[in-house]
Design a protein around this ligand. Sequence first.
Ligand code: HEM
Length: 404
Amino acid sequence: MTLTVTEAGLSFTNPAAYADEDRLHEALALLRRADPVHWVEAPDYEPFWAVTRHADIMEIERNNTLFLNAPRPLLATADMDAQAKQREAEGTALRTLIHMDDPQHKVVRAIGAGWFRPRAMRAMEERVAELARQYVDRMAELGGQGDFVTQVAVHYPLYVILSLLGLPESDFPRLLKLTQEMFGGGDEELRRGETPEELMQTLLDFFAYFQDLTTARRATPTDDLASEIANARVDGEYLSDFDTASYYVIIATAGHDTTSSTIAGGLHALIQHPAELARLRDNLNLLPTAADEMIRWVTPVKEFMRTAAADTEVGGVPVKQGQAVLLSYPSANRDEDVFDDPFRFDVGRDPNRHLAFGFGVHLCLGAALARMETRAFLAGRPEWTATTFVGGLKHLPIRYTLKG
Ligand code: HEM
């Protein structure tokens, strides 16, 4: 059955469409070709423009005074947008970097930025390599068979971030449980309970943990990102408790699912493309390009949004002040105008101008860390050969042999 442009546009508001990769990419390719700046009116959502071409997305992100993150940085239902507006009016809205625009964004981003620069990354390299080794060893302990997602991929990136924040290893299991309960969302295996009260309790536990952390780091600063955030001053004042906790939350969450999906999806891609796996195994100089290709291939962040501050146009299409544009990163990363043979998984792809980390002033703060984690994991045991696999990426049961 062939899709119409209108049906293709409804993919963005349909979580099931993202679960069917082939169908999703069919829809995105159609939009890029036939209506690259496409008006979407979907039930339960405020309307928006879906932008699917790489060049248009870059242009929007480059122009951060015309296209703002506030008030609608992410796609949410009309109800959720209305609740966010309400919380904004009451002063209780979550305010993380992705909710902010300049000048505030610049000041707040600078607080944590030093910990993601090359020097800090070099200092993290050993710890990341050690954690990668631990998890590859865990694969060996599992005896050549296991669920890669639940036993390996979800732990490793969270533990890297918690190390960067400077949290004690004894707290890791508790934080893993809390992040899973908070973001398991509709997933019955992960969420704590059914009711909003139970979810609220998880949120409160999260905030209580970070509140204690702030108090401890203000009393005794240590050399880590948590102390940097707890002790930062803007106009001479500490960030409010709420803003401090929001900062920890964005760091702890932005780098978790994204990197674990990349590693699990990247491994899946290597298993599906044995010639590419062999090519990487035979030439470890390809680790950096292989890591970036895995990130392009998986593109774990599906969208961010911007809102036009004035009447303008995108790709020749008029966009009115106050209208929102959705930036489709999976689409940008398969754009035939930018990538040779975009549907080929190529561990040596160079150049690879993917937009999986976004672009411009909001460019992913953790991009260098995510690349390093992905490389370190591959380097942990480049000789592995997976012999069979089944399954989607909530679980990735694999059978493998580790050599070397
Ligand atoms: C493969 C893994 C990752 C992907 C694909 C990814 C993707 C993204 C994207 C698309 C954005 C928005 C960029 C934009 O609006 O232009 C973003 C922002 C952000 N990411 Fe990541 N991310 C990853 C890993 C991480 C890690 C490991 C961390 C930190 C530990 C992190 C922290 C952040 C933060 C703090 C922001 C907000 C930056 C801002 O608004 O100024 N991310 N990320």
